[in-house]
Design a protein around this ligand. Structure first.
Ligand SMILES: [Zn+2]
Length: 602
């Protein structure tokens, strides 16, 4: 892999931070190694476990037939990297995420270990800790465990080193699908995987003298992790196992969104990569003419803007990532049309993503993922009774208005309903008014900032840290090249007013006689003064292309209105969108599109 592509050109005033003293405390990993440069790979042992009463019927897809190894077993890990690295393996995922700094290899125990019937463990009130211990007792004399003891923590130098310490580094126990009623007992949750070998402390010593240790908390000595979801796809298991391993790197807790610890992006995000010492962000704190930003995942390039911009170790900051969707692990948008699937369509969801950290120097950081389609107040407006998805009542969320500073994007609304926190499951299609199943909380085609979009204190989402803390920073996306390189114009302080206006919000329309009355929120940018205006575009079903139908001068008021004559229009449905243009002639990206049924409708 070539990571040496020239990162930034045309940069005028940029300070590159050499240390990230705060986040940097996770460099190399907290309880297990995150960097193996100069040492041996971190070499894991994977053991597949079944129960005597496991049933093939549970696994209709045939991923893992009872008594056999699962179909993905042979390429979940590379045993070594001398012949290269297999794409879509755990070895490849971590090599890719760490930019070559972390080599994570593994062996598969040659056969499935079958335990007594699951019913036995359920009835005798045992859990995964006891089953793991039984597996270890069965295999402890069968193989050479010294192969799995290559690393230890040097407490004096506070770092991991490639020296054996008599304790196994990482044993991954994978079960097909044992019932959570007994399997996860005592762990406090129905996990699909956990960064532990048991809820109690125990030690099994192998025939060649290596200790395999279980402790009830994530800890340097814990010798492995447990997966309950062995019937999932290999990609899903790469995500699950990487997440659990990353608990050893960061410790317990989760961030609200993004990365391997917040979910829904699959790949590590910039915060995680910076924290583990894989990349160094470019800190920007003053105006630059232009930035060229390459793909974040492949190049490791990321922009960091502190709040306030000159406070070096501020716990409040933004991280700006460019996702060209060219990296094989860039599943940043799995909602909308992707319907929850890993999509290899390289255009879906590509563009700039902005993470806002309101407390970002410790794990888990407090973070929002700001998406280009804005932040909103949400409300439960209805419920789907007895939804076929769960056999339960599911809330329906609806946007009730823009809240550019404190609202939630459709990627992270979580509303408390019926004793649980709910993601979005159903959505109302704005064009048809019908209820559709929604995976928009996993990211869709409107989330990325793309060419022509602006991010500023006046846009939605805004670059403000909060309503009380107005930011003095913004950017405009000048251009995205064919290769996905983003040409970004960053502005600070007074210069932010030279950014184009934000796209107008809350466009609404209604029919009065032969006219459509449109209204929207008036833009607040200081550049919306003498000579600034709004441009109105209309599209009918017949022409299927937006064309300008008129302009309205900007005036200071809460709302701006426009009347469109539709006497001669025969279409049953018409669409509108608007753009703002400031007094320097710079134009915003388009507002959201609205759909109006005309009187020609049946
Ligand atoms: Zn977790």
């Amino acid at each position: 892999m070539n990571f040496s592509k020239t990162a930034f050109i045309l940069v005028l005033l940029v300070s590159i931070s050499s240390t990230n003293a705060q986040i940097g405390k996770y460099t190399g990993g907290s309880s297990k190694p995150a960097i193996t440069e100069g040492g041996k790979p971190l070499h894991a042992l994977v053991v597949f476990v079944t129960f005597d009463d496991d049933d093939d019927k549970k696994d209709a897809s045939g991923i893992w037939n009872v008594g056999e190894l699962p179909s993905y077993a042979s390429d979940l890990f590379d045993n070594d990297t001398s012949d290269g690295i297999t794409p879509y393996s755990l070895t490849d995922y971590w090599f890719n995420m760490s930019h070559g700094k972390f080599v994570f290899t593994g062996d598969i125990y040659p056969e499935t270990v079958t335990l007594r019937p699951a019913a036995y463990y359920a009835e005798t009130r045992r859990n995964f800790g006891e089953t793991n211990r039984e597996v270890l007792e069965k295999i402890k004399n069968q193989i050479d465990f010294k192969k799995y003891d290559n690393w230890s923590y040097n407490y004096r130098e506070k770092r991991f080193e490639s020296v054996a310490d008599g304790i196994a580094d990482m044993i991954i126990m994978i079960y097909r699908d044992p019932d959570a009623k007994w399997f996860t007992r005592g762990s406090g949750e129905e996990f699909s995987a956990i960064a532990l070998l048991g809820t109690k402390e125990y030690e099994v010593v192998s025939g060649d003298g290596v200790s395999i240790i279980s402790k009830p908390i994530v800890n340097n000595d814990v010798s492995g992790l447990t997966v309950r979801a062995g019937l999932k796809s290999k990609l899903a298991l790469i995500e699950i196992i990487s997440h659990e391993y990353a608990h050893f790197l960061f410790k317990s807790g989760h961030s609200a969104i993004g990365g391997i610890m917040g979910g829904s992006t699959f790949a590590l995000n910039a915060w995680e990569k910076i924290a583990l010492g894989y990349i160094t962000p470019t800190v920007v704190n003053s105006d630059t003419s232009t930035f060229l930003l390459n793909d974040f995942l492949s190049s490791g390039e990321v922009l960091k803007v502190n709040y306030p911009p000159d406070l070096e170790n501020s716990s409040r900051f933004f991280l700006i990532e460019n996702h060209t969707r060219t990296n094989r692990y860039d599943f940043i948008a799995r909602g909308g049309e992707a319907n929850g699937r890993y999509t290899l369509d390289g255009d879906y969801g590509k563009g700039i993503y902005v993470y806002k950290y309101s407390s970002g120097n410790h794990y888990p950081p407090k973070v929002n993922l700001l998406t280009a389609d804005g932040l909103w107040k949400w409300n439960i407006t209805d419920t789907v009774k007895n939804s076929s998805l769960c056999g339960c009542d599911v809330p329906i969320f609806t946007r009730i208005g823009p809240d550019k500073d404190n609202g939630k994007s459709d990627r992270e609304i979580k509303i408390y309903f019926n004793k649980a926190l709910w993601d979005m499951w159903y959505d109302i299609d704005p064009f048809t008014g019908e209820l559709t199943l929604s995976r928009d909380n996993m990211g869709d085609e409107y989330d990325a900032f793309t060419e022509g979009m602006v991010f500023s204190q006046w846009s939605n989402p805004s670059s403000n840290i909060s309503k009380q803390r107005t930011s003095f920073f913004g950017f405009y996306i000048n251009e995205i090249s064919e290769e996905g390189v983003v040409n970004l114009e960053l502005k600070f302080n007074d210069s932010t007013k030279f950014l184009p206006p934000a796209s107008p919000e809350e466009l609404e329309g209604s029919i009065i006689d032969e006219q459509v009355l449109l209204s929207w929120q008036t833009n607040k940018e200081p550049s919306m003064k003498e000579g600034s205006k709004y441009i109105v575009y209309r599209k009918t079903e017949e022409d299927n292309k937006f064309s300008e139908v008129g302009t309205v001068p900007h005036i200071v008021s809460a709302k701006t209105e426009f009347k469109d004559d539709i006497e001669d229009i025969e279409s049953k449905v018409i669409y509108y969108m608007i753009k703002a243009q400031n007094s320097e002639g710079r134009t915003s990206s388009a507002s959201q599109i609205i759909r109006i049924k005309t009187n020609n409708s049946d």
